[in-house]
Design a protein around this ligand. Structure first.
Ligand code: NAD
Ligand code: IPM
Ligand code: MN
Length: 367
């Protein structure tokens, strides 16, 4: 049976970077015998333009049925003033919520060839390999009550930070399981000094640790201090476990340590399906980059590495994932750079499709 893959290129640079991923998928089909049944649909502003909603019910149903979803990016100035429920970002949030993708894995790895492009000194980042595990289906993103209403003569905006014990426990298990395959260390981040939900987060993570994962080293940090430590000495971390909102911010901070937002992939995983594979969506951490969209300048590496994560976590193709990741390192080591990877010394950037060409040529050479 072929592996099924739903591709949702989305808006802005999404379709540009996804076009390069399609070439990579085709390469693995032709040269490594990986048989993918690929379908494509709309998400984000383009879906709103076509159907009046940022994700159609038909696309949602397809996403629920496939082995893995690969998403480009959503959003852009054209849709900034839509009603809240119609905004492109709501399409992505619907996918995460309805597929129950509670564990968002965001690796921040610094490739040696890029250590000088980080905003931190080379020594602080070279060899960096940390994994942020962000809770993705609860917390202040989804808590009720929410909305803007009237209180006397003024408007009040309300969002609710809410976590149940079971929501904390399941994402904690994901983090501990991952840690066992890495350096066996988890640092959990919350704000237990000011939030009751932070106290519960701390206590549940500790309980899951003590009863099920006593062999893993667990530490706790307040999330603000954690942000400071990520910038001060990032290599102290192996797995960072945190909630939806803190994870959103800390993963963008971690992204810059690696040189560019255009480099970072992510996997969003849920519970196992009937075939034993987790429900899964893979996407770059970056957005639709309206400032460079349509110009062939986008770096496709984050999206290509998201496909590598799909090979590893959905298709049990760890060796092919290693091959693809190794080839990306090789190409960067050879000095092939999109505009976002230009250091202070400058140089001539390649286009999105030229980066794709270089990666395909390196795949041919490596295979
Ligand atoms: P962004 O990630 O789109 O862009 C931030 C900066 O990084 C820009 O200067 C952009 O040019 C650069 N950049 C991002 N990806 C790049 C790549 N692959 N290659 C080269 N440069 C790259 O973030 P933003 O500007 O804050 O948001 C723009 C839109 O994207 C908003 O509508 C936002 O909601 C949306 N967004 C979507 C996602 C998603 O789809 N998962 C994630 C973040 C933001
Ligand atoms: C991300 C993005 C999303 C988030 C938006 C686009 C909904 O910033 O994936 O990091 O806030 O989760
Ligand atoms: Mn974000």
């Amino acid at each position: 049976m072929p592996n099924t893959l739903l591709i949702l290129p989305g808006d802005g640079i999404g379709p540009e970077v996804m076009a390069e991923v399609r070439r990579v998928i085709d390469w693995f089909g032709a040269k490594r015998g990986l048989d993918f049944d690929v379908s494509e649909d709309l998400v984000g502003g383009c879906a709103y333009d076509a159907h009046g909603a940022p994700l159609s019910d038909a696309a949602m149903e397809k996403a629920q049925a496939v082995d893995a979803v690969l998403l480009g990016a959503v959003g852009g100035p054209k849709w900034d003033n839509l009603d809240f429920k119609d905004k492109p970002e709501r399409g992505l949030l619907r996918l995460r919520k309805e597929m129950d993708l509670f564990a968002n894995l965001r690796p921040a790895q610094c490739f040696d060839a890029l250590a000088d492009f980080s905003s931190l000194k080379r020594d602080l980042v070279s060899g960096l390999d940390m994994m942020i595990v962000r809770e993705l289906t609860s917390g202040v993103y989804f808590g009720e009550p929410r909305g803007v209403s009237k209180e006397g003569n003024e408007r009040v905006g309300i969002n609710t930070h809410r976590y149940t014990e079971s929501e904390i426990a399941r994402v904690a298990r994901s983090a501990f399981e991952l840690a066992r395959k890495r350096q066996n260390r988890v640092c959990s981040m919350e704000k237990r000094n000011v939030m009751e939900a932070g106290i519960l987060w701390h206590d549940v993570v500790q309980e899951v640790h003590d009863s099920e994962y006593p062999d893993v080293e667990l530490t706790h940090m307040l999330a603000d201090a954690g942000g400071m430590q990520i910038v001060r000495a990032p290599k102290q971390f192996d797995v960072i476990l945190t909630d939806n909102l803190f994870g959103d911010m800390l993963s963008d901070v971690a992204a810059m340590l690696t040189g560019s937002l255009g480099m970072l992939p992510s996997a969003s995983l849920g519970a196992p399906m009937e075939n034993g594979r987790p429900k899964a969506l893979y996407e770059p951490v970056h957005g639709s980059a309206p400032d460079i969209a349509g110009q062939g300048k986008a770096n496709p590496i984050a999206c290509i590495l998201s496909f590598a994560m799909a090979l590893r976590y959905s298709f049990d193709e760890g060796a092919n994932a290693d091959l693809l990741e190794g080839v990306v390192q090789k190409v960067l080591g050879d000095g092939v750079r999109t505009g976002d990877l230009m250091g202070p010394e400058g140089g001539t950037p390649v286009s999105t499709s030229e980066m794709g060409d270089a990666i395909l040529a390196a795949l041919d050479a490596a295979a």
